[in-house]
Design a protein. Structure first.
Length: 569
């Protein structure tokens, strides 16, 4: 490797060089509100300590022949620092506009312009409207970032920018988070905080010469303990192997990130890493954790052609994965009316291990095969969850093996998938035994199981569809979860905990009725149950008393229906 220079510099000194650029292969801005809050609060707390310095971590740059410094690592922190300075500039201007003292007004405006010139953008000496950014970001964010925060506007009549991508919204959110805190400070504190970020917030600066392969640098950084996410390591390996196809691979990777970030309800690294693990399992059958996954990825993706094909497959699977996480009827309508409901049920069951099979199936099966296949997968998941085997490592390996066989074209349709699922599926006898004593506390699962049994047993079968709207239909515990001490319940059920969470003790009931009868004794409750439209609820109301024997009998009957409802074949 070429010469590497090390230094410790203040954030302001790095930005003021005006030669920083974030290359297109880097991830777009991804910090969420919590990360920005921590950035601000750490700096704010540190500046209150006399003589203190705050180390922000490492920044790694690659020096090009033209003097440009490409940011290899640290782009999120540098971008947030720029947003901080932009928020200070705008807060100073706002205060200048409301400042009654003319001298203070001039000082605020002059300080704002100085901050802009030092940390945000250079002004051409011969053309005051021409600005060059101190930090250039990647193509996805470039136009929005420069116009929204650096005041680099284009066109004869430039308009205020509108966020159009998830990363744009995050940039705007970070700026707003910092700005809201600055508005709470007096002007002297803002000055102290700005000077502290400029000079006393330090970074460990590593500068590589141009001849250094940036993707080898990432590998070196990771090996030296500077943690990179699995997503970053996968991305950099793909780009490093893509050679002349880098633009194609970079675009496909950007689509993967954008697709999943648009549905992110967790940290981006978490959702990306989970997707990559499930994607890789669907392709290879390898059940490995993050570090081992990357090593396996490197061994298999060794050429530009493989990098291109892998990135394209990732893009397709990312769309499917998004629709698995947030199913909608629109996304799944081409596959049949039952598919969206099956996917919702799989999510309620927490059947994440089955996702590699679904990814492989969606990429390889004909559309006509998907509905039956998903029905079989849902039945499989129900049987495994009820049988208490959902957390088993062997189940995850089994699913991964099936996914790999689909990707290898060894399983090509729903019949083949059904045969593969039967290899380890709990038998009817095993499933019936487990279901007959199944307890659960997650009411979303109970609602689905009870609704399916109700729809199966309604006459003629399937004529009644139970609404999934929890505001309309609730799960009622016949034996209350908290019976009053003077009620007959404690006589009939001396060990209430052994029965209250049994599925046989639960019925579907209209929400408004459920709220009124929750803790009534059975003699009063049964009249409301008899009046219910649901046959399975009505049948409980027809019992003269509700006892452990009646509960056991009912759940055994439910178990016999369950083996027919959740069958595979």
């Amino acid at each position: 490797m070429s010469t590497i220079d090390f230094d410790i510099k203040g954030v302001g000194a790095i930005l003021s060089s005006g030669k920083l650029t974030i290359p297109s292969y880097q991830r777009s801005y991804s910090w969420g509100e919590q990360q920005v809050k921590e950035f601000y609060e750490d700096i704010y707390s540190a500046q209150t300590i006399p003589g203190a310095e705050y180390f922000l971590g490492g920044i790694n740059l690659q020096e090009k022949a033209n003097g440009i410094l490409e940011v290899i690592d640290g782009q999120q922190r540098l971008t947030t620092a720029v947003l901080f300075f932009a928020a200070v500039r705008d807060e100073l201007r706002t205060r200048a506009g409301t400042e009654p003292d003319d001298r203070a007004k001039v000082e605020h405006n002059a300080s704002a312009e100085k901050i802009s010139k030092d940390f945000l953008s250079d002004v051409d000496r011969w053309a005051s409207v021409a600005r060059t950014p101190k930090l250039s970001v990647g193509n996805t964010d470039k136009d929005f970032f420069e116009s929204a925060f650096l005041e680099i506007l284009t066109g004869d009549e430039p308009e205020l920018p509108i966020p159009t991508k998830p990363s744009h919204a995050k940039l705007q959110g970070a700026y707003d988070t910092i700005g809201s805190r600055l508005r709470e400070l007096d002007i002297e504190t803002i000055r102290c905080l700005t000077d502290f970020l400029d000079d006393r917030v330090k970074v460990f600066l590593t500068k590589f010469k141009e001849s250094t392969n940036p993707f080898e640098v990432f590998e070196t950084l990771n090996n030296r303990g500077i943690t990179l996410s699995l997503a970053d390591r996968i991305k950099n390996h793909l780009l490093g192997k893509s050679q002349t196809r880098m633009n194609s691979v970079s675009a496909d990777w950007g689509n993967v990130v954008a697709i999943l970030e648009s549905e992110s309800f967790r940290r981006d690294d978490e959702i990306l890493d989970t997707f990559l693990r499930h994607f890789w399992m669907s392709q290879t059958g390898a059940v490995v954790r993050s570090d081992a996954l990357f090593e396996d990825f490197k061994k298999r993706v060794t050429s530009p052609e493989k990098a291109v094909s892998t990135a394209k497959a990732m893009k397709v699977s990312a769309k499917h994965y998004r629709d698995l996480l947030r199913p909608s009827k629109t996304a799944w309508q081409a596959f049949g009316h039952s598919v969206c409901g099956d996917i919702e049920f799989l999510n309620i069951l927490g059947a994440k291990q089955i996702r590699p099979v679904i990814l492989a199936m969606l990429s390889n099966f004909k559309v006509a095969e998907v509905a039956r296949s998903l029905s079989n997968l849902t039945s499989t998941a129900v049987r495994i969850v009820v049988s208490g085997r959902a957390g088993s490592g062997s189940i995850e390996k089994w699913y991964a093996s099936i996914a790999h066989r689909i990707s290898e074209k060894k399983i090509t349709n729903s019949n083949g998938l059904a045969q593969a699922l039967l290899e380890k599926l709990p038998t009817d006898v095993q499933f019936e035994q487990s279901f007959a004593s199944y307890p659960l506390t997650k009411m979303s699962i109970a609602r689905r199981l009870l609704a399916a049994i109700e729809e199966y047993e309604s006459q003629p079968a399937g004529t009644l569809v139970v609404t999934p709207n929890i505001d309309e239909v609730n799960v009622e515990h016949v034996l209350p979860k908290k019976p009053t001490t003077d009620s007959r319940w404690l006589t009939d059920f001396p060990d209430t905990e052994a029965y209250v969470h049994r599925l046989g003790n639960m019925v579907l009931l209209q929400a408004k009725v459920n709220r009124r009868i929750a803790n009534l004794d059975f003699a009063h409750k049964r009249q409301r149950l008899i009046a219910c439209d649901y046959q399975t609820t009505k049948s409980v109301g027809q019992c003269l008393n509700w006892t452990p024997a009646e509960l056991e009998k009912r759940q055994l009957e439910m178990a016999k229906s369950a083996i027919k409802i959740w069958k595979v074949g």
